[in-house]
Design a protein around this ligand. Structure first.
Ligand SMILES: *Cc1c(COP(=O)(O)O)cnc(C)c1O
Ligand SMILES: [Zn+2]
Length: 413
């Protein structure tokens, strides 16, 4: 890891050599999440606008100098990252906003942003000579790890709640993972995965526990900045579950500011579902995060009653001068249809929560006409068609007769 200086515990501040620990701070335990420290002078020499302009590697590996890995793992051939950033054509104007972009993370190999973190996990496993890798998941982290492990020839053990959407379970099966469907919540699947890791000695990708996942997720921010010609946005809207993506976005922009590649940090807008909003409530009320025993939302990817990265996430949202917002399941389902018919982008419920938040904050006056706003569309809608079918749409069942078509059209269909 040429530019990594060390790992710093965000609770006690102790610094460790990266070879000293694989996961959390040995003193603080599970709250002692480690942050990766870089030698930015070193990075500055190899990561410049000019070099990036000449770099034809259109994937997350173009930022290798800012990643905690030795090399792009040769066996991981899937193309991860460099997803499109679309300027909004109708959603922004309809809401009275002039500069809205959608970062379509559904375009990653397993159709979610999680591939960015899984790629780092695969690289670390390869460096450490580990052949078996594990993760707990609401669906996407696991299907992502399973797909990338299949591509790289590793074995994956995945722990998912049995209630995960069928599309994600299908991915997990198709990618050949050893899938434990846990009769319980994601939070319980997480704890079980941790116990299994201890017992069987697998390499663990779990969010917050593995310090490198935030580093993978930050590449989405690096791309957004580069795609906007290094004019950082004013606001980034991020759906939040465990709180790793939002901290990844914060880290990415902080890295770029330190390197002098951008001149300001965006405000982070964290979105949670009304039925599972421990981080949003902590941010809104200025209180510590209170765990939730029975979280519930159709946006399964952000249903984390015990958000594993809450300390870092709340710190990052607050220090960005950002805010948090909650949206109802009804607003989320509505936003799936709104985004789909307005832009041709298909979002899964957690991803559409971003759009629901955009709508809500535009209406409440928290967003301004001239704000440059990036909305993260974190996962593709085909992962969860059951919820997508609840969104507003126009269909009519008819017999295979032209008269039926004509009657419908005449009736205003
Ligand atoms: C994982 C995920 C999130 C939330 O990310 P966290 O790091 O858990 O906060 C949001 N949207 C989608 C589609 C996800 O898969
Ligand atoms: Zn510590």
């Amino acid at each position: 890891m040429p530019s990594v200086l060390g790992l710093k515990c965000m609770k006690c501040g102790r610094e460790y050599d990266p070879s000293a620990t694989r996961y959390v701070c040995p003193t603080c335990g599970s709250d002692g999440i480690l942050e990766v420290l870089y030698n930015y002078d070193r990075v500055r020499a190899v990561l410049t606008r000019e070099l990036l302009e000449d770099d034809r590697d259109l994937s997350m590996w173009r930022y290798l100098a800012l990643l905690p890995v030795e090399e792009r793992p040769p066996s991981l051939t899937l193309q991860i990252g460099w997803t499109p950033l679309y300027a909004s054509q109708r959603v922004g104007p309809q809401l009275g906003l002039d500069h809205v972009w959608f970062k379509d993370e559904g375009r990653n190999p397993t159709a979610s942003l999680k591939d960015r973190a899984s790629a780092i996990a695969i690289a670390k496993a390869a460096e450490l000579g580990e052949r078996v890798i594990t993760a707990a998941t609401t669906g996407n982290a696991g299907s992502s790890l399973a797909g990338l492990a299949a591509n790289a020839g590793l074995t994956a053990y995945i722990f998912a709640p049995a209630s995960a959407p069928a599309g994600k379970i299908a991915q997990l099966r198709v990618f050949g993972s050893h899938l434990f469907l846990v009769d319980g919540s994601y939070d319980q699947a997480f704890d079980l995965c941790m116990e299994a890791t201890e017992r069987f000695g697998w390499y663990n990708r779990n969010t917050a526990f593995n310090p490198f996942m935030v580093e993978g997720k930050k590449t989405v921010a690096l791309e957004v900045a580069e795609q906007l010609c290094f004019e950082a946005p004013d606001k980034v809207i991020v759906p939040v579950g465990d709180g790793c993506i939002v901290s990844g976005v914060a880290k990415g922009f902080r890295d770029l500011l330190t390197l002098g590649l951008i001149d300001h940090l965006p405000q982070l807008i964290a979105v949670q579902a009304e039925g599972c909003a421990p981080i949003a409530r902590a941010v809104m009320w200025g209180e510590p995060v209170a765990y939730l025993e029975n979280p519930a939302s159709c946006a399964d990817s952000i249903v984390a009653g015990i958000p594993r990265n809450h300390l870092m996430a709340v710190r990052d949202i607050r220090s960005s001068g950002g805010l948090a917002v909650t949206v109802s399941d009804g607003e989320i389902i509505d936003a799936i249809g709104f985004l789909g018919r307005s832009e041709g982008i298909f979002a899964e419920p957690a991803a559409a929560a971003s759009v629901a938040a955009l709508r809500k904050l535009a209406a409440s006056g928290d967003l301004h006409k001239g704000d440059r706003i990036v909305v993260l569309i974190t996962g593709n809608g085909l992962k969860d068609i059951q919820n997508a079918l609840r969104a507003k749409g126009t269909s009519l069942t008819i017999p295979p007769l032209i008269d039926a078509v004509e009657r419908a059209i005449a009736g205003g269909f």
